[in-house]
Design a protein around this ligand. Structure first.
Ligand code: ZN
Ligand code: ZN
Length: 143
């Protein structure tokens, strides 16, 4: 597979126990869909809703290392971090250091959810007239 940034041959590499493909020149990393999920789950338990992942998709010139289609750049889960993905969602391209940002955002999201779940569910109750259980309310918020 080739790096979407400058076309170097990607090499197998370890990322926190995962087998990913890394560019030897720009240190970008290609993770398939399950690997990104696994990376997040190491920080943030998968039973808790993490929120929508794709915000503000726009096409970029980079070709997907896996299928060669033009990749989409998007705001990762609405955070101020833009990463790129395969248009078919086979995988994600992380520039150098972005996996650390993802882990930081997951940590932040985890603590924020714990901190504010009571306040948010009160807001949701007001918005939806109080129907649904606690987890349904959380789901509504992060849809
Ligand atoms: Zn590269
Ligand atoms: Zn692809």
């Amino acid at each position: 597979m080739l790096c979407p940034v400058e076309g170097s041959e990607l090499q197998h590499a370890k990322l926190r126990g995962l087998e990913v493909d890394r560019c030897p020149d720009c240190d970008g990393e290609y993770l398939d869909h399950d690997q990104l999920t696994e990376l997040e789950d190491q920080v943030f338990d998968h039973d808790i809703p993490k929120g929508t992942i794709h915000f503000g998709d726009h096409q970029v010139e980079h070709a997907c290392p896996h299928c060669g289609k033009q990749m989409l750049r998007f705001r990762y889960r609405g955070w101020p971090l833009e990463i790129e993905r395969c248009p078919d969602e086979e995988g994600y391209w992380l520039d150098k250091g972005e996996e650390k940002h993802i882990r930081d955002y997951m940590k932040e999201r985890k603590s924020r959810l714990a901190r504010s779940s009571s306040a948010e569910s009160a807001f949701d109750k007001w918005r939806h007239g109080g129907s649904g259980g606690f987890f349904q309310k959380i789901k509504n918020i992060f849809k």
